[in-house]
Design a protein around this ligand. Structure first.
Ligand code: SF4
Length: 376
């Protein structure tokens, strides 16, 4: 009779990762995590996840592009860059009332956080004044607020914090070594400086990257190493899968193996045990099984709705069905502690929101409500 296959024994490396919050991970240590047998990696990630989070709760955010297109930066993955012809029109900053209306709809649909993105290098003074008012008004609805506006200096970060902005998103995108292949109009150091300004102003940090841009496995490890060096770790870590948009320089890059994507989610969970790891842009291209694996690997945040800029996002109903099949539920908001009540409210609101979004999609065929996946 053949011997039963031996179970992988937990080694000191995997045991050491169980719940520690560290900032000094070496590249070799991180690569060793990536190299673990897949089942061992997911098992460890799930253990760490359960030590810090409610196992089946997923934080749900909604995203709105408040200013789309004609960005002066040259991020090679981004349809909003003015450097590439992707057919995306240039739009003005949305009116405050439109933003508030969308935020209200997001709240009704069960979102706990409302994220607003603008395709800017950095906000101009006259735009910042409007944006500050948007933050105040969305806050009044009882939603957490998040913005991504490009680079911000200490003064701008301070004013955003004062207006009540909870999170600022600014992604590192990729490893320092690969960065120059993707963006040339601002440096890695610029990005780290903005993150420092955000933290100094007292806001929470949302920062992650994009996988599948032709980077080497070592670059994925190096990106995560940069994120764990941040003290404290970013509260929110979006791990995006590249959405290949025709007209961008990366439109024909080779697909990333979904298993490698799941590994990156699991390693992010191990390295940043207390952060929300977000399954972000690229979700529409993933089948349900891949998304299920991502949740198992420790992803516990998503965007829903169809407002991810120009790159789409699974429809609300589809998300709801997946949550049902997996027994997941939205992370509780402080205002709602009754899980059953919340579920019922969410179901009703999702239906209403789907109708509203279909109408909005018709009205904005040119991508008016779309969002910058790069900044997601
Ligand atoms: S990712 Fe952001 S900064 Fe880069 S081109 Fe797109 S909108 Fe501009």
């Amino acid at each position: 009779m053949p011997a039963a296959p031996q179970e992988s024994r937990p080694d000191s490396l995997t045991l050491a990762t169980r719940s520690e919050v560290r900032h000094d991970w070496s590249l070799e240590e991180i690569e060793a995590l990536f190299a673990l047998p897949f089942n061992d990696l997911l098992f460890r990630a799930q253990q760490v996840h359960r030590a810090h989070f409610e196992a089946n709760a997923v934080q749900v955010s909604t995203l709105l592009s408040i200013k789309t297109g004609a960005c002066p930066e040259d991020c090679k993955y981004c349809p909003q860059s003015g450097h590439y012809n992707t057919g995306l029109g240039k739009e003005k900053l949305l009116e405050i009332e439109k933003v508030v209306e969308q935020a209200r709809a997001a709240r009704e649909a069960g979102a706990s956080r409302f994220c607003m993105g603008a395709a800017w290098k950095s906000p101009r003074e006259r735009d910042l004044e409007v944006v500050l008012e948007m933050v105040r008004r969305v806050k009044e609805l009882g939603l957490e607020t998040c913005m991504t506006l490009g680079m911000v200096d200490t003064d701008q970060a301070g004013r955003l914090a004062e207006a009540g902005l909870d999170y600022y998103n600014h992604n590192l995108d990729t490893s320092p070594d690969y960065y120059g292949e993707i963006i040339t109009t601002r440096t890695y150091a610029d990005r780290l400086e903005t993150l420092g300004n955000v933290r100094e102003a007292g806001m929470k940090v949302c920062s992650g990257g994009i996988l599948g841009m032709g980077e080497a496995p070592r670059d994925r490890a190096a990106l995560l190493q940069q994120l764990v060096k941040l003290e404290p770790h970013p509260e929110s870590v979006p791990i995006n899968m590249l959405v290949k948009v025709p007209g961008t320089p990366l439109e024909n890059v080779e697909d990333l193996d979904p298993i490698e994507y799941i590994r990156a989610i699991a390693v992010a969970r191990l390295l940043m045990p207390k952060s929300h790891v977000r399954l972000s842009a690229g979700r529409e291209q993933m089948d349900d099984s891949t998304q299920a694996l991502a949740f198992l690997a420790g992803a516990n945040s998503i965007f829903y709705g169809d407002t991810l800029l120009t790159t789409g996002n699974p429809q609300v109903k589809k998300d709801r069905a997946l949550f049902d099949r997996l027994g997941l539920h939205p992370e509780r908001r402080e205002t709602c502690t009754d899980e059953a009540g919340q579920q019922a409210a969410l179901t009703a609101a999702l239906e209403a929101n789907a109708v509203r979004q279909a109408a909005a999609a018709q009205e904005s065929a040119a991508g008016r409500l779309a969002y910058d996946a790069a900044q997601a």
